[in-house]
Design a protein around this ligand. Structure first.
Ligand code: MN
Length: 730
């Protein structure tokens, strides 16, 4: 296995130009050596006189980064970018100068790395880390930017001991949350393991020390065991006619630690510290070798995994099996081909490496196994050669999304074509409605400003502002568009109501009828509404205002013989009449049959659930609004509008419910809560979480729930979790 190649002594030295050139030429024979030399000299001079915290010349760092880049066998342009990566940020030289002297390709990579370095990823909530990783990828228009940035981080972590404790903690946390997972997503196992172990060392020094000591104790014995077992495996596969390299090793420190935390076990209970790897010539050899191993050592049932037939999303391929080895130790054995091994160690870099000598270039089929990358990239054409392949990934990854910051530094995700207005609506509906201006990175921009990755967006509001029709031309998110449409509709309806009312008033006034009086006379109004199949006076006004109904029709109805009946003959009051119209039945209480009744609306203030005690109110023009019986809002409504309703026992529905869960503020607790929901087959539709004082965190879960019994079950299950202080319905 190729482990990190730098040792303590070489870290304090500038990597010589000759070494870099030699390494690059070994895999890229036609590399532009002159360009490498110039980049090396230029960077060396630019950083002249600068020193690192360690006291070493600054150039030790870029030259080391360049060497790490050659470990990944990236092309000469990447190595040059590695040498120059801190020049723009830390010296007077400008990007334009680099472009002139070293070409657009090198300058583009340097620019990308410089921009990524300016983002502070620390102190983010766990749930946002994935957004940040995505944003990292999105901002890197060339995948080599990410790879060079990772190499930079590897060297920073290797030399972290010279930084202040604060900086160590910050950089280590960022590495653990962002860069190690990114290395994993990119399939670069060697970086992932090294970054995790280094970050672990600075984040939890005590645990790191303890584990190191525990492992050191058994190390000599373990080494003997590894040697003997390797020899035995070698003999075993040779006897079955296979060749292959056998390599045994202890799992990396942090993977042991993670196992202890996840399984909540002590070190002594970890029983698969050692794993072996057998690298063979062909895929069929992989299966043959596994058979040979099983012929000698009993496999543990259920532990055979075929990642050759079913590769992991990051393209990893191998056969895995766990066998009972000598001394009844459980041993994991990975079997793979040379090519699979390279991909396992170097991931996506394996496909970006300079590989002109290999005919055919990168296999697009192999590339497509990067499921996550496939989502991001559009492979609209077949890739025929390496140059074209690199060209094809110089697209914005995550094409469909754009990531921006709030002034407080939170990340928000929008569709690609989103504008400052979408941002405003994402903050709050009213902020959107009243949005009058915006700033991007401190500069005033119009509302239709297209968001760009990494922008910091602020919006200003003014109370007089209302949504305009033109806004629909540049609002891209469905949320903003819906809110704008709804507001425009409401305004239009208001205007229609007002207009309709005036029209009707004029019309009937001409016939000696007062609108005021008509509205007070239940019987007459009910008669008019019933004849026109309208539910309320407002609907009547709206119908006239929208021009769907001529005001003269109303006069006709009012002056027809029917209307002359005395009021006492029409016993049904207005409300009863409406209720009957709404439900189509006489019987009260009204039975609610779920959410299909358009004229039944569930109040959003209390969000009633089947099983809750409920009460209904007639709402003008909107049928019945259902509240929970003890909802404060329900007491505000006029008592004469009240109707008795109950749930239909047979109703199968699901209604949104919110639970407020107060927990201790510690990592992982959200995951546990989430698991509880999913173990009860409940889908969370929204979650907001914020830390409050006393090391607590308040989490609001929104989800769909069938009835009160189910809700009670969920609340009980949550209550039982350790670290949960209270669970209450919102
Ligand atoms: Mn650097």
């Amino acid at each position: 296995m190729v482990l990190a190649s730098s040792s303590a002594s070489s870290e304090s030295l500038v990597v010589p130009l000759e070494e870099l050139v030699e390494r690059v030429l070994a895999y890229q024979p036609n590399a532009d050596v002159a360009l490498l030399e110039r980049a090396y000299r230029f960077a060396g001079q630019a950083h002249e006189g600068q020193v690192r915290k360690s006291g070493d010349p600054y150039f030790v760092h870029p030259s080391s980064v360049a060497r790490v880049i050659t470990d990944l066998r990236l092309d000469a342009a990447s190595v040059c970018a590695g040498l120059l990566h801190d020049v723009v940020e830390d010296t007077p030289h400008a990007l334009g100068e680099l472009e002139r002297d070293f070409g657009a390709e090198v300058a583009l990579i340097v620019d990308g790395v410089t921009k990524l370095s300016k983002i502070d990823f620390t102190s983010r909530q766990d749930r946002e880390a994935e957004n940040f990783r995505k944003m990292l990828v999105a901002m890197a228009r060339d995948i080599r930017v990410l790879l060079v940035k990772l190499c930079d981080r590897v060297d920073n972590m290797r030399t972290l001991e010279f930084m202040s404790p604060d900086a160590q903690e910050r950089i280590a946390r960022e590495t653990m949350e962002i860069y190690a997972p990114l290395a994993n997503r990119l399939g670069i196992q060697r970086f992932k393991c090294e970054l995790e172990d280094l970050a672990f060392r600075y984040l939890e020094p005590a645990a790191y020390q303890r584990l190191t000591q525990l492992l050191a104790k058994g190390e000599a014995q373990r080494k003997r065991y590894i040697d003997e077992m390797s020899e035995s495996l070698r003999r075993q596969i040779a006897e079955h006619g296979f060749g292959g390299e056998v390599d045994g090793r202890r799992k990396h420190l942090f993977s042991v630690q993670r196992k202890m935390m996840q399984q909540r076990v002590d070190f002594e209970q970890i029983n698969d510290l050692i794993s072996f790897r057998i690298v063979v010539e062909s895929v069929s050899d992989c299966y043959g070798v596994m058979g040979a191993v099983h012929a000698r050592y009993t496999p543990v049932p259920g532990r055979i995994k075929d990642y050759i037939a079913l590769p992991k999303p990051n393209m990893y391929q191998s056969l895995h099996t766990t066998v009972i080895g000598p001394g009844r130790e459980r041993i994991e054995i990975q079997i793979r081909t040379r090519e699979m091994h390279r991909v396992a160690e170097e991931g996506i870099a394996a496909h970006w490496q300079y590989r002109e000598s290999i005919s055919g270039g990168a296999d697009p089929k192999v590339m497509q196994r990067f499921a996550w990358l496939r989502e991001l990239m559009e492979f609209q054409r077949d890739i025929k050669d390496p140059a074209e392949f690199i060209e094809s990934v110089k697209v914005d990854l995550f094409q469909d999304e754009v990531y921006v910051f709030t002034p407080k530094g939170d990340v928000k995700v929008f569709p690609r074509s989103a504008t400052a207005l979408d941002f405003a609506y994402s903050v709050h509906t009213e902020i959107g409605h009243q949005c009058s201006g915006a700033r991007a990175n401190g500069i005033v921009v119009p509302l239709k400003y297209r968001l760009r990755n990494g922008d910091v967006i602020e919006v200003t509001t003014s109370p007089g502002q209302r949504p305009k029709k033109e806004w629909l031309e540049f609002a891209a998110s469905s949320r903003a568009r819906n809110k704008i449409r709804a507001s425009l509709r409401d305004e239009e309806r208001d205007r229609a109501l007002k207009l309709g009312r005036e029209l009707l008033e004029k019309e009937i006034h001409g016939h000696g009828i007062s609108l005021q009086r008509l509205l007070k006379t239940d019987a007459e109004l009910a008669h008019v509404l019933a004849d026109l199949s309208l539910a309320s006076a407002d609907e009547l006004f709206a119908a006239i205002g929208y021009g769907k109904l001529a005001a003269a029709r109303v006069t006709t109805l009012l002056t027809s013989p029917d209307a002359a009946k005395p009021a006492s003959e029409i016993r049904e009051g207005r409300i009863e009449h409406l209720v009957r119209r709404v439900t189509g039945r006489d019987a009260s209480p009204i039975k609610l049959t779920g959410d299909e009744d358009v004229l039944v609306r569930f109040a959003r203030c209390c969000s009633p659930l089947p099983g809750d005690e409920i009460v209904g109110f007639i709402t003008r023009g909107r049928g019945i609004t259902v509240h929970r019986r003890n909802c404060a809002k329900s007491f505000e409504a006029a008592p004469e509008r009240r109707v008795v309703i109950t749930w239909d026992g047979r109703v199968k529905t699901s209604r949104p419910v919110q639970l407020r869960v107060v927990t201790v503020n510690k990592p992982g607790i959200l995951g546990q809560l989430g698991q509880t929901f999913s173990s009860l087959s409940v889908n969370i539709t929204a979650l907001s979480s914020r830390a409050v004082e006393d090391d607590r965190s308040v989490n609001i879960f929104t989800f769909l729930c069938g009835d009160l019994n189910q809700l009670k079950g969920i609340m009980r299950a949550l209550q039982k979790l350790q670290g949960v202080y209270s669970v209450e319905r919102v």
